[in-house]
Design a protein around this ligand. Structure first.
Ligand code: IYR
Length: 230
């Protein structure tokens, strides 16, 4: 994507500007907070299909995220193909069996008790789409030579947040899933070794029986998550 030369600094006037007054700003921030508070991680999905254009728009949104030196060190693989989803589920469940059988260690397993998870991952087949987020540790110039990427975990983390927000805005439910180790995704999805799988997002409509763990509604209070110096 990047050329070795011809990418000098050029300043453009800010293309999009919001001249909102304080009332509008306060109102919009509250509406957005209320909306985001309605996002819940769920594990039971309907088997209904979701139009790929919705997924493409959400991934495009993720692609607008800020990144180190604007290198955009990410790639998103969206899968609705039932056979591939099944393979991902089978491979993930092998890793999860070890994890829950003790690989995770006692402290981690204890921490997960209130979340109610186990090694069974039917959502990896039921959810309409799986989006696999890859981080590009390095990239290639058009002439095939390598360039470094910067702040890769930070950039991909921000883009993943944009992606989850965009999917939620489209009225979809999401589960972030991180089997450990995740190397199998690189092979299964035929991605280059410069890319590291970061997470799987299971995306679709919540089934009628979808539940959330009660602890998920307990959020840290303001004084724990913010310090204001005015
Ligand atoms: N990857 C496992 C375990 C797991 C770990 C954390 I940290 C969670 O917040 C939830 C689950 C699983 O998906 O079951």
């Amino acid at each position: 994507m990047f050329f070795k030369s011809g990418l000098d600094y050029q300043a453009l006037s800010l293309p999009d500007r919001f001249d909102w007054d304080e009332k509008k700003r306060l109102n919009e921030s509250k509406i957005f907070f209320d909306w985001m508070s309605k996002r819940h991680s769920i594990r039971d999905f309907k088997k209904t299909k979701i139009n790929r254009k919705v997924i493409e728009n959400a991934i495009r949104t993720a692609g607008t995220a800020p990144s180190g030196a604007n290198h955009q060190p990410w790639h998103f693989v969206a899968v609705s193909n039932q056979k591939i989803k099944k393979k991902i589920r089978e491979a993930a469940e092998i890793e999860e069996k070890d994890f829950y059988a003790g690989g995770a260690g006692d402290e981690w397993l204890k921490a997960l008790e209130p979340i109610g998870t186990n090694e069974s991952k039917p959502h990896l087949e039921d959810a309409a789409w799986l989006i696999i987020v890859f981080a590009q540790r390095y990239g290639y110039f058009d002439d095939g030579t390598r360039y470094k990427n910067y702040y890769v975990p930070e950039s991909v983390g921000i883009a993943s947040g944009f992606l989850i927000t965009a999917l939620h805005k489209a009225g979809l439910s999401i589960l972030t899933h991180t089997p450990n180790p995740m190397r199998f995704l690189t092979e299964l999805l035929n991605r280059p070794k410069s890319e590291k799988p970061i997470m799987i997002l299971a995306v679709g409509e919540a089934s009628e029986k979808a539940k959330i763990p009660a602890v998920a509604k307990i959020k840290k209070i303001d004084s724990e998550i913010m310090t204001i110096h005015e």
